[in-house]
Design a protein. Sequence first.
Length: 246
Amino acid sequence: MDEEEEEVAAFWDDFAASYIAAQRESQVPIVRDVIQTLQSQLTDQIVLDVAAGAGRFALPFASSAKKVILSDISENMLAYASQMTAKQKLTNLSFRHEAWSHLRRQQSLADVVFVNMAPFLQADDLAALTRLARKLVIVNRVVQRKDVLLDDLLEGISDPSNELELMATYEKWLNANKIDYRQQVFHYAVHEQVERQEIWDSLVDELNFKQQRLVLRRLEQRFKLETVFENTRYYDFKLIWWRRIR
């Protein structure tokens, strides 16, 4: 790994515990829906999960796949996945601790290559990603995200992330290269009760004084005399997959 990759690995190693906890608490059944959609494509196949993290998808894949290979830049993420593999007594998983810059130079490592929400994956990487697969490439990521309360509180303060636009660049690349692909969109709404103090505590350190005053006024308008707000978060995921053309 070069210096930049070592910094990325260190970040994910430090963030691993919090990230894994957030995944466990997620109410979005995206893993279930992806597996149901692609069950026949995964059965008895060797699957490579790129940027597999702690195995959120890879471990469930193991129930139908012939073998699952987890590749990730974070040693701590893979260590957790290994622990869960042993706990669940799974015997068809293997682990590759490596950066994308190394993995992208390989070819035909698996029948199926899967990527979920990889932060590094740009449209220019799709050719290398496709070369890793013998049969099928699958990419899944969030394409739309809305939080009724936070979007209102932070309007005009936080900049929208261009991460949500990445899927469009993937599809543009596929179309430009005349590669046929299939797609499936999943819509989710998560309803939750949030406390005023909890929201304020999560935001205050990220705001300057002027922004704090603005957010406090908006909190007062939203919560009025209540301490709890009935919030809704919306997520749209898009799953795309295509066959490798030899």
